[in-house]
Write a new protein. Structure first.
Length: 218
């Protein structure tokens, strides 16, 4: 067994064990940490396949941004794990069926001759590194799918902003321009009010004599 094969078996085994622990761990924080380990193992597999760009993007985007956000959310929220795990075994066959379909689709795609090598992408592509190959494919053969994906992401960002910008009636805010324009005589206002004793002695027209009556006990 060569060193390349041994490293592949090691990282693949760690990836499978970490993925299993993600769905079997009772602590949500531990599940997120095992998912980070799974991403690191997948990045190591990409490095073995000489796809350095994909490995770096996987670590920077998913481990450095997405999973850190997930970890903060899980640590700040009080998640009831017992309710989430209720009925998990009952729907296990659905997960196994979906996993089998994904494996079948991957086998059908990767078994095609055009995916066995990158020589069909263009002249001189076999002498370039993976970043140059990715750049050529992105801006030549897959330029229209890339533009469509960018437009969909832009629409999703605008929709998310539009959904979150809702005017709340119970929110209180200050107007800095109105605070700057205020005059000194508007900052303090003196109001003449009668004392409590005078208010008791001078009842209003509608409730004359109500102040002198004792309160009823129930």
């Amino acid at each position: 067994m060569s060193t390349h094969t041994a490293l592949f078996a090691l990282f693949a085994g760690i990836l499978l064990l970490a993925a299993i622990r993600v769905i079997t761990s009772r602590n949500p924080v531990h599940a997120v940490l095992f998912l980070v380990l799974a991403f690191f193992s997948a990045a190591c597999l990409w490095m073995l396949l000489q796809a350095e760009f994909l490995a770096i993007v996987l670590v920077l985007v998913y481990v450095g941004a997405v999973m850190v956000l997930f970890l903060f959310v899980v640590m700040m929220l009080d998640i009831n794990t017992k309710r989430l795990r209720a009925g998990m075994l009952k729907h296990l066959w659905v997960g196994v069926l979906v996993a089998a379909l994904i494996v079948l689709q991957m086998w059908l795609v990767l078994s095609q001759p055009r995916w066995q090598g990158m020589r069909q992408a263009g002249p001189g592509i076999d002498h370039a590194n993976n970043i140059e190959v990715l750049g050529r494919l992105t801006f030549t053969e897959y330029v229209f799918p890339l533009q469509i994906a960018g437009a969909l992401l832009l629409v999703a960002i605008i929709a998310a902003i539009a959904l979150t910008l809702r005017g709340r009636k119970d929110s209180k805010h200050q107007d800095p321009s109105a605070q700057v324009k205020v005059r000194p005589d508007q900052r303090l206002r003196l109001v003449d009010m009668a004392s409590d004793e005078a208010a008791r002695q001078t009842p209003d027209a509608g409730g004359a004599g109500m102040a002198d009556k004792p309160a009823e006990t129930r």
